[in-house]
Design a protein around this ligand. Structure first.
Ligand SMILES: C[S@@+](CC[C@H](N)C(=O)[O-])C[C@H]1O[C@@H](n2cnc3c(N)ncnc32)[C@H](O)[C@@H]1O
Length: 303
């Protein structure tokens, strides 16, 4: 595998997926009862946007850095965006590092509580080793007032060097009977990842029909992704009391969605979306599109 997320960290797709991930975590935290976060493709957890990889790609300049540079609108950012900015700023402050960027594991651990559990799975040994260090550092760098709680959150993290698809059934259903499963594959071999994702979503819903599932996918050609989402929908097991599992799709494109040059857009499919996640996304998604796509070549959609 050649994929290194360090080239893409903080790009527009990361911003889109991380805002959605954080909104889902906040929604699940509305109930006191703990839940399991299962991140099947965790990456290295901490990214240095001044690294040679990030510097060469400049992708964060059109993502998180553009968002942080822009002045907030007079009425303030929609909650999803302000919360995400606050978490990124928290990590930067704690690390005294303006180039720090949280991958999905650190973003989540900065939002989770001691009653929640986290399982992080990463298949590449070098990324897995970096992830272990990033999670341990999160406890070390916590300010004194938060140190106890942060340690308690970090102590409940399990980090595996393994195939996320293969390990997923071992963690479901969790004892809490509440879970957020976050699936963020590299799609290096797009067809193989799509097939594995289809099976993973079926497995999750068979084991825990109420699980919240967040899946990221790339948009190169909208016709291909629409066809895939349709196929996916047909495969998903139906809940006993409804005709289909509730699903929310949000898409953010910086280029026309049939421009075959590369990554035109970022898609997030959420199964069993918590209450008001769609209403919140209807606020932050257009605001995010306005900031990240100044020439307005792309589009956003929510359905
Ligand atoms: C898009 S990156 C993840 C980024 C991370 N979720 C984030 O938001 O910060 C995908 C990661 O999945 C890893 N990976 C690829 N295939 C995997 C598999 N079958 N199981 C677990 N991890 C895998 C890659 O090494 C890479 O680090």
């Amino acid at each position: 595998m050649k994929y290194r997320h360090a080239f893409h960290a903080g790009n527009f797709a990361d911003v889109h997926k991380h805002i959605m991930l954080l909104s889902l975590l906040r929604a699940l935290c509305r109930k006191d009862k703990g839940f399991l976060l299962l991140d099947t493709h965790a990456g290295r957890g901490f990214y240095d946007l001044s690294s040679s990889e990030a510097y060469r790609s400049h992708e964060a300049d059109e993502g998180v850095e553009r968002l942080l540079d822009v002045e907030a609108p007079a009425e303030g950012w929609p909650t999803g965006i302000s919360d995400y900015i606050a978490v990124v700023e928290t990590l930067r402050r704690e690390r005294h590092d303006r180039a720090a960027y949280p991958g999905s594991p650190l973003l989540a651990l900065l939002a989770l509580r001691p009653q929640d559990r986290t399982v992080l799975i990463e298949t590449q040994p070098s990324e897995h080793a970096a992830l272990r260090e990033a999670v341990a550092a999160l406890a070390r760098y916590a300010p004194a007032a938060l140190a106890g709680e942060r340690r308690a959150v970090v102590e409940r993290v399990v980090i595996e060097c393994a195939d996320g698809y293969g390990r997923l059934p071992n963690w479901l259903p969790p004892i809490e009977r509440r879970a957020l499963v976050f699936i963020d594959p590299p799609y290096e071999d797009g067809v193989a990842d799509q097939r594995a994702v289809e099976q993973a979503l079926v497995t999750v819903l068979e084991r825990l029909p109420s699980a919240v599932v967040a899946l990221w996918y790339p948009i190169k050609d909208r016709r291909d992704t629409d066809a895939w989402l349709e196929r996916l929908r047909a495969r998903l097991p139906k809940p006993p009391d409804a005709p289909a599992v509730p699903a929310l799709v949000t898409e953010l494109c910086l280029l026309p969605p049939d421009n075959r040059v590369g990554l035109n857009g970022s898609g997030m499919l959420v199964l069993n979306p918590p209450w008001q996640i769609d209403a919140q996304a209807a606020q932050w998604l257009p605001a995010l599109h306005r900031v990240l796509d100044p020439p307005h070549r792309g589009s956003w959609s929510l359905r």
